[in-house]
Design a protein around this ligand. Structure first.
Ligand SMILES: Nc1ncnc2c1ncn2[C@@H]1O[C@H](COP(=O)(O)OP(=O)(O)OP(=O)(O)O)[C@@H](O)[C@H]1O
Length: 343
């Protein structure tokens, strides 16, 4: 197969940066001779536009990590891509990074696609000084003399309010917030078109979290990158994302502009997520949803939310609701909202 790495230009500006179509990613496991498929991502479709922060929310085990592993091409057994495609504007023709050759991936990573993860130790090599991570990952893409490169790194570190001295430090010598800012600088120095942010501020205290979110937003605006921002924390989504998708048990149930989701949630699951957020001045915790998320090795028939849904009717047990536009730019997969057969 032949694919090409493309630079955004001219009429490509209007194109989406990532189109995910009907993605199915399953874990194939075998226990005591019994083979099972855990349907962690099952029929997910969405588009990330150029220059937006697209949020993905959902409780633990809803499939968020599996979805970003699939998009990043980080597929290892027992995870398998069973169906669908993930098309990046900068790599056309493959249907997913998992199909790209190693050399192609090396050219793409950091330059076109980078990551900010929870606990930046994953990215910053713990046994080498911070400078080495910049030289290893970013220098091959930026080139020039090492002196010029270091000047660029120092200028970029200043954007995230870090002193050049962090370059000579080992990651463990930095505070959690400093490490996460160094990881942010590393992820953005090559001005990649696409950044995957996976719970990047979850381990930080509230003040540092706000500061790092502000920096992510500031650099993203400056570089025009698209960000896929994954967290279970709805407060963080409210703070930083432009559009937001809600995931439940391996499927998307709702997607809209973030402000619209908070103002006018339509899916019963989203309504519950939002109504259970703590409000300023309230002492008592709000009631959560009864029941537990389903076992994805044997998910419920029809709508996977139906066993917990206050609005469930007979059709919800039988048929899978598809994502439909309820109003402009607001998609929801629910028979109670879309009516009848979900059409
Ligand atoms: N290596 C694995 N082998 C088998 N099943 C797995 C594996 N990793 C994840 N799963 C299962 O896949 C489903 C989705 O998990 P995933 O980690 O993608 O969810 P998540 O939304 O990212 O959760 P969290 O927020 O807790 O990380 C879960 O049922 C989980 O148990």
């Amino acid at each position: 197969m032949h694919a090409s790495v493309e630079q955004p230009h001219g009429d490509q500006e209007a194109q989406p940066l990532l189109v995910v179509r009907d993605l199915q990613a399953y874990y194939r496991t075998s226990h005591a001779g019994v083979r099972r498929g855990i349907r962690a991502v099952d029929g997910v479709s969405f588009t990330v536009r150029r220059g937006e922060i697209y949020g993905l929310a959902g409780e633990s085990s809803s499939g968020k990590t599996t979805l970003i592993k699939s998009i990043a091409g980080a597929i290892k057994p027992p995870l398998e891509i069973v169906g669908g495609s993930m098309e990046f504007a900068f790599l056309s023709g493959y249907g997913g990074l998992h199909r790209a050759a190693r050399a192609e991936l090396e050219r793409i990573r950091w330059r076109h696609l980078s990551y900010i993860m929870q606990g930046s130790m994953n990215v910053l090599n713990p046994v080498r000084r911070v400078r080495s991570s910049f030289v290893d990952f970013a220098y091959p893409h930026i080139g020039g003399s090492l002196k010029q490169f270091e000047q660029l790194v120092v200028a970029h570190l200043a954007r995230v309010k870090l002193d050049p001295s962090v370059l000579t430090a080992f990651p463990h010598e930095l505070s959690g917030g400093m490490r996460q800012r160094a990881a942010l600088a590393l992820a953005t120095i090559c001005r990649p078109g696409f950044i995957i942010a996976d719970e990047p501020t979850t381990a930080l205290d509230v003040v540092v979290q706000k500061e790092v979110l502000g920096m992510i937003r500031g650099i993203q605006r400056e570089t025009g990158s698209s960000v896929l921002f994954v967290t279970h924390d709805m407060g963080v989504h409210a703070h930083i994302t432009d559009r937001l998708a809600i995931m439940y048990a391996g499927r998307l149930v709702e997607e809209a502009a973030t402000a619209e989701i908070f103002r006018n949630p339509l899916h019963p699951y989203t309504k519950n997520l939002i109504s259970s957020l703590p409000r300023i001045g309230e002492d008592a915790p709000r009631a959560g949803l009864a029941g537990a998320p389903p076992n994805l090795a044997d998910p419920p028939s029809g709508c996977r939310f139906h066993p917990r849904c206050p609005l469930a009717s007979e059709i919800c047990c039988r048929e899978v609701p598809v994502m439909r536009e309820a109003s402009s730019g607001h998609r929801v997969a629910c028979f109670a909202v879309n009516g009848g057969d979900g059409a």
